[in-house]
Design a protein. Structure first.
Length: 225
């Protein structure tokens, strides 16, 4: 079961005061302590209700928080606490499902964003029209899927990395790894030039070649093939 389903089922289980208890995971109709998942349980604390509906046992720090909340609040306060937890999970879930589909085109140094859509279908239709009549497939449009209103901070993604020799321009290594979106797209020194792309090895190679040409212009005043 998903977190939202577990919390909703637990709330329903202890919604009536007569089905809720404190100081124990579960009690029978006589008030005796029983196993929360057993057949005689009819009253549960918040943690016992979570276990009863199939939520298992949360991590120790969460267990302590749940027990503390249950045993120090009234029944209406426990339900309100659950409602806040459910609302928080719903907001996070909604944020993760909001997606935007970015149409990009070009390659090398002319890589750019063309348009943005709320559905992949609309983005796909746009790409089909955009790519009609384009002779060079590397300059055609494609789609990138991103989460809208995602949490701030670094985001990791798959990166294609190509390293070439600064002197000869020959390819030395190409690797696929997980990297930060903030990582530089190209870099160069006297020995090697590197291109990093989320698109393809071909795009990474072009970025490496561009870095090499820029290094030669800045350091030697000439352009190398």
């Amino acid at each position: 079961m998903k977190t939202l389903e577990i919390l909703g089922a637990a709330r329903k289980l202890i919604e009536k005061p007569e089905n809720w208890t404190q100081g124990a995971l579960a009690r029978d109709r006589y008030g005796w302590l029983v196993v929360s998942t057993g057949p005689y349980a009819c009253r549960w604390c918040l943690l016992g209700a979570i276990r009863r509906v199939g939520g298992g046992t949360p991590p120790p720090n969460q267990c302590a928080e749940i027990v503390y909340a249950n045993d120090r609040m009234t029944h209406p306060e426990v339900l309100a606490w659950l409602d806040r937890a459910i609302a928080l999970v719903e907001r996070r879930s909604a944020a993760m499902t909001k997606k935007v589909f970015i149409v990009t085109a070009g390659s090398y140094s002319d890589y750019y964003v063309v348009a943005a859509f709320s559905t992949r279908k609309a983005a796909g239709a746009y790409v089909e029209q955009y790519n009609l009549g384009i002779g060079d497939p590397s300059h055609g449009a494609d789609i990138q899927e991103l989460v809208l209103d995602g949490e701030a901070g670094d985001v990791r993604e798959k990166r294609f990395v190509v390293t070439i020799e600064t002197c000869t321009g020959s390819c030395r290594w190409q690797t696929e790894r997980l990297g930060w979106k903030r990582d530089p797209r190209r870099e160069a020194d006297a020995s090697y030039c590197r291109g990093s792309s989320a698109k393809s090895f071909a795009h990474a190679l072009k970025l490496a070649a561009e870095a090499r040409q820029q290094w030669w212009r800045e350091n030697c005043g000439q352009q190398r093939l």
